[in-house]
Ligand binder design. Structure first.
Ligand code: NAD
Ligand code: UD1
Length: 375
């Protein structure tokens, strides 16, 4: 079956957003709706809340007609069949999956099953309905210990040290192989660096269950008084202040990167020729639609240390946040930041917001919703 063409107006394009109630998914829905796309959120709410979808609708001024919600799993073949049969889906932005690194070590079967088997079921059902346009949430974790920084897309991949990272690497391979076997597939792999921040309205943001594993959600809970002090995992790295350096990116910038990827797949943007850095292909088909596998880093190109993040958050919330130096966390690397030239040249996308703005928006979300969506 031929693939659906994306060479049309956003108003005529329906995007299935798996995991659309989650942190990055909800922000992406807001940006898609702002551009005129119709959205169907499919989420099993295993790590999110229906309230997030309500708030997305509120921000976007959209009802269930333009922003539909289906509660269920990408593993549910029958449900997926109904979603595709009842809606004229053109493309999929695939966020659904489990994402906690430590938990993936404890529960590898659950992670491989949900992330890998779930994606296989999703692609199989989508293909049966002639939908082969997929944007996939990958991660900088596929570079492992990077061979160089800033990391370009042709930096060699290294085996991730945990099952979560393995699922990302494996799924990049699966999606690339789909295109290799059938040139109708149109795939974009977006390798996110460290998404933080929240929508400037303070209505949607990251809502981790239990004690956060990631730095900024942890800092935010110290700021709001739920946790006592930030533990800084190591101050003896070969970096200017000894703490780990990462490329933090505002989630709204990241969300806009997905809209840019969809436009690119429709063949309407991009100044340069596809450079093939890590991409299998990318030549536009006769209808203008890009076919192939486009691989893009989404980051800011700027690294910030743990202490810089704590300082920026302290400015945002108006008080010095306490921290204590702890031993290094197993599996952490010293420095990790992206080269984002490829996304700029081909997708016409660059991140706009700086670390201060990320922390301000994170703080607004956290202080307006101290208990997340349960507040
Ligand atoms: P999130 O947990 O907030 O969102 C994922 C969503 O998927 C949740 O709403 C969850 O309920 C849903 N989900 C999980 N399994 C599902 C299933 N079987 N069927 C339907 N829905 C399911 O996470 P996020 O931070 O928004 O991340 C989104 C994607 O981006 C994930 O694939 C994640 O691995 C990837 N990613 C995230 C980061 C990050 O730092 N947040 C970095 C790199 C990549
Ligand atoms: C982690 C995952 C990565 C995943 C990403 C998003 C690991 C090893 N890597 O990236 O695979 O894609 O989250 O989910 O888990 N830090 C502290 N104190 C804290 C928490 C973190 O000092 O309480 C430090 C870390 O050592 C690191 C930096 O802050 O230097 C960022 O950590 P984190 O937010 O967990 O992201 P990553 O480790 O980059």
């Amino acid at each position: 079956m031929t693939n659906k063409s994306l060479a049309k107006r956003p108003e005529d394009t329906c995007v299935l957003v798996t995991g659309g109630a989650g942190f990055i998914g909800s922000h992406t829905c807001v940006e898609l709706l702002a551009e005129g796309y119709r959205v169907i959120v499919l989420d099993d709410l295993s790590n999110s809340s229906k309230e997030a979808v309500r708030r997305v609708r509120r921000i976007a001024g959209a009802g269930g007609e333009r922003c539909a919600f289906v509660e269920g799993s990408i593993l549910d073949r029958d449900l997926l069949g109904r979603v595709f049969a009842e809606n004229d889906v053109d493309a999929i932005i695939h966020f659904a999956g489990f994402k906690a690194v430590g938990e993936s070590v404890e529960k590898p079967l659950e992670y491989y099953w949900n992330n890998v088997a779930g994606t296989l079921v999703l692609c199989d059902v989508a293909r049966a309905h002639g939908v082969k346009n997929v944007v996939f949430s990958s991660s900088a974790t596929v570079y492992g210990e990077p061979e160089f920084v800033p990391i370009t897309e042709d930096c060699p991949k290294h085996a991730p040290t945990n099952p979560y990272g393995q699922t990302k690497s494996m799924l990049e391979q699966v999606l690339s192989d789909l295109y290799a076997g059938d040139g109708e597939w149109n795939v974009v792999l977006l390798r996110y660096f460290n998404p933080i921040g929240a929508h400037p309205s303070g209505l949607i943001g990251e809502d981790p269950k239990g004690i956060p594993n990631n730095l900024v959600p942890y800092v935010a809970q110290v700021a709001v008084g739920k946790l006592a002090a930030v533990g800084v995992f190591g101050d003896d790295y070969p970096t200017p202040d000894g703490t780990g350096v990462r490329d933090y990116i505002h989630v709204v910038d990241l969300a806009r990167g997905h809209v840019a990827a969809l436009r690119w797949m429709g063949g309407k943007v991009g100044t340069g020729e596809p450079r093939g850095l890590g991409s299998v292909a990318g030549e536009p088909a006769p209808d203008g639609t890009r076919r192939g596998v486009g691989i893009f880093n989404l980051g800011t190109g700027r690294g910030s240390s743990v202490l810089e993040v704590i300082a920026a958050f302290s400015r945002a919330c108006g008080r010095e946040l306490p921290y204590v130096i702890k031993p290094r966390r197993a599996g952490d690397i010293a420095v990790n930041y992206a080269a984002c030239d490829k996304a700029r040249d081909e997708l016409g996308w660059v991140a706009e917001y700086d670390l201060d703005r990320m922390c301000e928006d994170s703080w607004r979300w956290q202080s307006m919703n101290p208990d997340g969506y349960a507040s």
